[in-house]
Design a protein around this ligand. Structure first.
Ligand code: FAD
Length: 346
């Protein structure tokens, strides 16, 4: 039997950012990855402090961005790369009214740092009312982040490339196969719905598709364009465009209606020919109150869940991985807003 501090189940943002906390604090752990591409692996990687429909910000936006930057610098010390791409979001205005709304909202204290008032008219795509830049927005290089993190975890013997089998877990004895652990943390995204210990937590899958497209003419360098969805370069010839939102569809197929929605969205502002190279989808683990769900199993206190990152897997995942670490390792309290206990009386 091998004694370790922690087991993490899941290899998305929740699992990876928690793994970083364990690495940073010298804890022994294993992370289980079933090697399927979950929501994190197909995500756009956008780091965005503003809800771009009506121009609002959200709980802890600036704090989360600051924390993310410091985590990425820490990760750089052991993977050798920083994955933050400084290509800020430029939101295409639909009409003059939207531009006025942006101006009005920018007067609010909480939005002032984010809504840039120097509007720009960009070339290469349709933006007759100009675009507004979101200060402090950026992008994570998702592919490089996961590929380097996996390589590091594998080299350091932290990674187990297997589906975690719930039947082999003995929660009374704290054992799984030949491991004796102190605590186990489930970070399975929507996979939690198959977890016998946490299948009843109120997670609602929200399906999102995105396209990889080849554009016949490049868009301006150094920005991420947003109208209905996000468009940005993945490499010199290919661009990411997405993602859609769909609470109803649960099947594991590519949905034609989502692809059509993306094509329509892209054609609204991209005037030239393009080719669809790939289509991907994933399921966001969303919660009705838009807060993560973190905490212990009601009976087995050393069995925990970290889920509900919603549409903000990067910011929520990183910020609350730190809070979760301080909770389990340093006995600090969890924010009531994210504590699983808020569902106890439901
Ligand atoms: C199209 C799309 C675009 C998005 N864009 C953005 C964006 O730009 N910015 C942003 O911040 N967020 C974005 N999101 C949201 C973000 O992806 C999610 O919030 C985030 O991925 C959730 O992370 P997670 O780790 O909780 O779950 P997941 O990413 O789903 O990871 C859970 C992992 O656990 C694994 N797993 C489950 N059960 C087991 C088991 N028994 N054994 C082993 N492994 C298991 C699964 O295979 C999965 O890989 C997007 C989502 C989608 C679908």
């Amino acid at each position: 039997m091998e004694n370790i501090d922690y087991i993490i189940v899941g290899d998305g943002y929740a699992g990876m950012f928690l793994a970083h906390q364990f690495i940073k604090h010298g804890k022994s752990f294993r992370l289980f990855s079933e090697n399927k591409k979950g929501a994190s692996h197909v995500s756009a990687g956008i780091v965005n402090p503003v809800v771009l429909k009506r121009f609002n910000t959200f709980w802890l936006a600036m704090e989360q961005i600051t924390e993310l930057k410091s985590t990425l610098s820490e990760i750089e010390t052991y993977t050798g790369s920083n994955y933050l791409v400084e290509q800020p979001i430029h939101r295409i205005f639909h009409d003059e009214k939207e531009k006025e709304l942006w101006q009005k909202k920018s007067q609010k204290e909480e939005l002032l740092p984010f809504l840039n008032l120097n509007f720009t008219d960009e070339e290469g795509f349709k933006n007759p009312f100009g675009t507004g830049k979101v200060n402090h927005s950026a992008r994570l290089n998702v592919e490089a982040f996961f590929s380097d993190m996996f390589r590091y975890l594998e080299n350091e013997n932290y990674l187990i490339k297997e589906r975690f089998d719930y039947n082999e877990l003995n929660v009374e004895n704290h054992t799984y196969q030949n491991f004796k652990f102190k605590k186990i943390i489930f970070c399975e995204g929507t996979g939690v719905l198959e977890n016998p210990y946490f299948k009843d937590i109120p997670i609602y899958p929200n399906k999102g598709h995105h396209l990889t497209v080849e554009l016949s003419k490049p868009i301006p360098k150094g920005i991420t364009i947003k109208k209905k969805h996000f468009l940005f370069p993945k490499n010199p010839t290919e661009y990411y465009y997405g993602g859609t939102y769909d609470r109803e569809t649960k099947d594991l197929e590519i949905n034609t209606s989502a692809v059509e929605q993306l094509q329509k969205g892209l054609e609204e502002f991209y005037p030239d020919e393009y080719t669809i190279k790939e289509i991907h989808f994933g399921f966001r683990p969303t919660v009705k109150d838009r807060r993560p769900i973190i905490g212990n199993h009601h009976q087995y206190k050393d069995v925990l869940v970290f889920n509900g990152l919603g549409a903000r897997g990067i910011l929520n995942g990183n910020y609350f991985a730190k809070e979760l670490f301080e909770y389990i390792d340093k006995n600090q309290s969890l924010s009531v807003e994210v504590d699983i206990k808020r569902f106890v009386d439901e």
